[in-house]
Design a protein around this ligand. Structure first.
Ligand code: MTE
Ligand code: HPA
Ligand code: MOS
Length: 757
């Protein structure tokens, strides 16, 4: 197939505005608008909440507080520690306290202003280490270990230690959070939600309403981006509208404005970490220890699971005999932080890279030398017990080395830096290794429902949510390939809990693998029924090889004149079941949480990136000149989509590491609360040259059609930008006291260039 024939079928509708999102749904008569009244102090006791004046405002139908919740006032997905509406205390600025349901959005907004709340303030903590010192933890601390670091450090020729900080990141999905609920018969409710996890919304709504899950239907057409921000945090918006619709028996809609969304929702978890790294005389890493202080915010949300993935990926793609890593999920008075592309993996890898950089600086060797020497290969036992198989860490590095030998890159930069007083270049290599599967083994399963209609057209439902990553197109390709028909015959239905139940969120980069394998199970069931019909229609023997290709039935490798549509008609006339439900549960994976050992991942994704940047040493400004990557796509099912995922991930990773600065003041108020104060990469911030080469490989058996997951891993290439910039700063001011503190904003570069050292 040519690349053109694989162009994402949905792209034209996206760019011409035909694709619909929650806010585009035609609004039913009687729909109420819901606005959220949220806390303006980060920690306090609610002394008095007065809604009487607000309730009398024009158009207001009802004001909801926690008293109006028929079921449980609880939305915590992993740990029940988060009320839907604050009852006695508030724990972060932006925490929902009350809901206004009014005839129009303007009336709801006006009523918000009339709600009076009096608070007794309590102490505010925003720093994770301070929270840790006060014993404020969201979940039990975790340690993963292998070997014996204590003894190993004693034998090391070189030991270095330090601290590293990485910041938060605002998801900034183009479509904000939001949901629309419609009351239905039998005391039920249907919710159109912008969620990565339709079942999570369903479960949360059922809990809040005090009804069984079968009374809650959740439907998702697509998202204008999620990036992890809608894996768990879409649930509260679903619950707001469901509550109003269920109690008032009227449709209800809630779409926060951008600033409300930014203020009320959690972001990537910032981390503050300590590291210790020990090397032998040959620069082999012998021992590594790290302690991670995760800034979880005011409720657990997904932070305990994110913390676990930090520990899994703490050693990145390096083979280290002795590892001990510990992580604390610290409770602070910030909005609960949550999943964000990489799910704690980037935070863990950043610290490992800081440790290597720290060692390299003090040893006077390039970091790349230590990185390359320590890359893992097949047979390596990860510190969590899994044995590396199909490891491409060295292959990716070497393929990049062929294009840009490390030595020549560094010597060219040195030449440039010697010749330029006010401009300095820096380079950094960033290898990645990312495990594919939900780290929680029980989440790794999926289902799909396929109908072949009597005219030969096909309807496909899966648990996969399209959020721009192209999973719908990939699902269509799976069905088209198995049925041997054109993509035009296939329609991807919305993701709906009544068609496909008990879904895991579309997350962990595993959506296409899990749902694609469930879908192929369903398609193969139908195809095998069709093969029987084809054999009898063609008077072929029981063992005759039948295949479906180019919309024709093929017999023993030759096209017959039995077409797909004729075959379907015959099957229908013969009363064959043309529908099937498929199921898939990732085989081979297991993990024992008590020992921290097992085989948690179906496979790993590898790659290496080279980043080169130039710093303007007068202004502190910079540009990323080059990012060149060798990436392990496996056998890509859709190279165009996968390359797009790589490019987007890299730019988002660079944004996290360089310009995106989530800032709260000491009172826990979000300062970077709009696009004027929170800078994300635009077209000018994209690397001037961005080249991604596919590593030639077979791919992984447990990946859909051997096409490896691609959603999250490339984000981590962006970490290279931090170290490239740091190297450029140090080329100008070798004694600089610049720390391992991301993001590397122009301000930090400028102070790094001119600090006293
Ligand atoms: N790409 C786009 N365009 N929009 C998104 O919201 N989310 C990312 C990634 N790529 C995202 C995206 C995240 S966080 C994940 S986990 C994966 O896509 C989810 O989809 P997948 O499992 O199909 O890769
Ligand atoms: N990745 C992403 N999302 C998740 C995971 C994970 O490993 N576990 C639970 N939600
Ligand atoms: Mo992605 S952070 O797993 O939604």
């Amino acid at each position: 197939m040519t690349t053109h024939s694989l162009a994402n079928i949905e792209a034209a509708a996206h760019v011409s505005g035909k694709s619909t999102y929650v806010d585009d749904l035609p609004v039913m008569e009687g729909t109420l608008w819901v606005k959220v009244f949220d806390a303006r102090v980060a920690h306090g006791h609610i002394r008095r909440l007065d809604i009487t004046a607000a309730a009398q405002m024009d158009g207001v139908v009802k004001i909801f507080t926690h008293h109006d919740i028929p079921g449980e006032n609880q939305i915590g997905g992993i740990i029940p520690d988060e009320p839907l509406l604050a009852a006695e205390e508030v724990h972060f600025q932006g925490q929902p306290i009350a809901l206004v349901a009014a005839e129009t959005e303007e009336q709801a907004a006006a009523a918000l202003e009339k709600i009076v709340v009096e608070m007794d303030p309590l102490p505010v903590i925003t720093d994770p280490r301070e929270a840790f010192r006060n014993g404020q933890l969201l979940s039990a601390s975790r340690t993963f270990s292998k070997g014996d670091t204590a003894t190993a450090f004693a034998s090391c020729a070189h030991v270095f230690e330090g601290q590293a900080e990485s910041g938060g990141q605002e998801h900034l999905y183009l479509e904000t959070q939001g949901a629309y609920a419609v009351p239905t018969e039998h005391d039920s409710v249907r919710i159109f939600s912008s969620t990565q996890g339709p079942t999570a919304v369903q479960r949360t709504v059922a809990r809040v309403l005090g009804v069984s899950m079968n009374r809650v239907e959740v439907d998702v057409a697509r998202l204008g981006g999620g990036f992890g921000g809608k894996e768990d945090q879409a649930s509260s918006w679903g619950a707001f509208v469901a509550l109003v619709a269920y109690v008032l028996k009227r449709p209800a809609k809630c779409i926060p404005h951008r600033m409300e969304d930014m203020r009320m929702t959690g972001k990537r978890n910032p981390y503050s970490s300590d590291f210790r790294i020990g090397l032998d005389a040959d620069f082999r890493i012998v021992a590594y220890e790290a302690t991670f202080y995760q800034n979880g915010g005011a409720a657990a949300d997904l932070s305990p699971a994110i913390l676990e993935r930090t520990l899994f990926h703490a050693a990145n793609s390096y083979a280290i005999p002795h590892v001990q890593v510990t992580a604390h999920s610290c409770k602070t008075n910030l909005p609960p932080n949550t999943a964000f592309r990489g799910f704690g993996g980037p935070q863990g890898k950043f610290v490992m890279e800081a440790a290597i950089d720290c060692a390299a600086r003090q040893l006077g060797v390039p970091a790349a030398l230590i990185q390359e020497k320590n890359l893992l290969s097949d047979g390596y036992e990860f510190h969590y017990g899994q044995i590396a198989a199909g490891a491409e860490a060295r292959n990716c590095w070497q393929a990049l080395e062929k294009k840009h030998p490390c030595k020549s890159v560094l010597s060219e930069i040195e030449t440039f830096n010697t010749a330029h007083r006010w401009k300095k270049k820096g380079a950094a290599w960033m290898p990645i290794c990312f495990g594919i599967s939900f780290t929680n083994t029980m989440m790794n399963h999926a289902r799909a429902l396929v109908h072949v209609y009597s005219d030969g057209s096909v309807g496909v439902s899966t648990g996969a949510v399209e959020m721009g990553q192209g999973v719908n197109m990939k699902m269509m390709q799976v069905a088209a390939r198995i049925f041997g028909i054109s993509l035009q015959r296939i329609k991807l239905e919305t993701t709906n809990t009544t068609r496909v139940a008990n879904t895991s969120p579309s997350a962990a980069s595993a959506t296409a693998d899990l749902n694609g394998k469930a879908l192929s199970d369903a398609c193969f069931q139908i195809r095998s029924r069709l093969e029987t019909i084809a054999r009898s229609a063609l008077n072929a023997s029981e063992n005759a090889a039948i295949s479906l290709q180019d919309e024709q039935v093929w017999l023993e490798g030759k096209a017959t004149d039995l077409s797909w549509t004729a075959l379907i008609q015959q099957a229908f006339v013969q009363r064959v079941n043309l529908s099937a439900k498929g199921h898939y549960a990732t085989p081979q994976i297991h993990f024992d949480k008590t020992t921290g050992k097992g085989h948690p991942f179906a496979y790993h994704v590898y790659g290496t990136a080279l980043t080169v940047c130039t710093v303007d040493c007068l202004r502190g400004t910079y540009s990323i000149d080059l990012v060149e990557v060798v990436h392990d796509y496996g056998n890509s099912i859709n190279p165009g989509i996968d390359q797009g995922q790589c490019e987007g991930g890299i730019v988002q990773g660079i944004g996290w590491m360089t310009m995106e600065e989530v800032a709260y003041n000491a009172d826990g108020r979000l300062l970077s609360n709009a696009l004027s104060t929170y800078k994300i990469p635009d077209v000018y911030a994209v690397p001037q040259t961005l080249l991604i080469h596919a590593l030639e490989t077979e791919g992984a058996e447990l990946a859909i059609f051997k096409s490896k997951a691609v959603g999250e891993p490339p984000l981590m290439y962006g970490i290279g930008a931090f170290f490239a910039l740091r190297n450029a700063v140090l080329a100008f001011h070798p004694q600089s006291s610049i720390t391992y503190s991301a993001p590397m904003t122009p301000e930090k570069v400028l102070t790094g260039l001119y600090n006293k050292g």
